[in-house]
Design a protein around this ligand. Structure first.
Ligand code: IMP
Ligand code: MG
Length: 183
């Protein structure tokens, strides 16, 4: 691992702060319309989705509840480990509720598949999934989220909640990490 500074380690900015802000506002409006007759639970998938989540819930205009789940498939690497480990469950009883699962990015789709399987056992009224980023070439189409911010090619990105070995979650933009940092 060769972390130095963002100026050194980021190849280029893929989505600027302004561009993300605009898209998240659109997604918030869309969800507000979709759930106007409901009080949904927004379920944040920690930690990657945390930054997206806090912006998304503030662009959502109706009554809602917040909850958090923690799973991990990457560990300290830039490649999925191929297994999902479970760290923390939601606090709310989701029975009979409309649930919106908020993810940072869908890559292989393994995490999403795991979450959907887990929630299927819970007598939930409805589940929708939303991810900021969709690495559309990396998973079968049926594992796409119902809503997403942007489609991206198969590159390793950091910022706006996304990390490499815990680093760079705090960047306000999303940037492509130089290969030399993780290879
Ligand atoms: P999946 O299970 O392969 O779909 O991967 C999902 C998780 O891997 C995401 O929630 C991210 O935390 C992480 N991940 C996948 N691609 C990237 C990336 O390009 N940058 C940072 N994290 C990523
Ligand atoms: Mg994640």
């Amino acid at each position: 691992m060769n972390i130095t500074t963002a100026e050194n380690d980021i190849e280029y900015i893929m989505f600027s702060e302004e561009r993300i802000k605009k898209r998240v506002a659109e997604l918030g409006e869309e969800l507000t319309e979709m759930y106007k007759d409901s009080v949904p639970i927004f379920g944040c998938v920690l930690k990657g989705a945390s930054v997206f989540y806090t912006d998304l819930v503030r662009s959502y205009k109706g009554p809602m509840f917040m909850d958090f789940i923690s799973v991990s498939s990457y560990g300290q690497a830039a490649k999925s480990s191929g297994t999902v480990s479970f760290k923390k469950d939601f606090d709310n009883d989701l029975k009979g509720k409309d649930v919106i699962i908020v993810e940072d990015i869908v890559d292989s789709g393994l995490t999403l598949k795991y979450l959907k399987e887990l929630l299927r056992q819970r007598d939930i009224k409805s589940v929708r999934t939303i991810a900021l980023l969709n690495k559309y070439e990396c998973h079968p189409q049926e594992l796409d989220t119902d809503l997403f911010g942007f489609k991206i090619e198969n590159q390793f990105v950091v910022g706006y909640g996304l990390d490499y070995a815990g680093y760079y979650r705090n960047l306000p933009y999303i940037g492509v990490l130089k290969k030399s940092v993780y290879e």
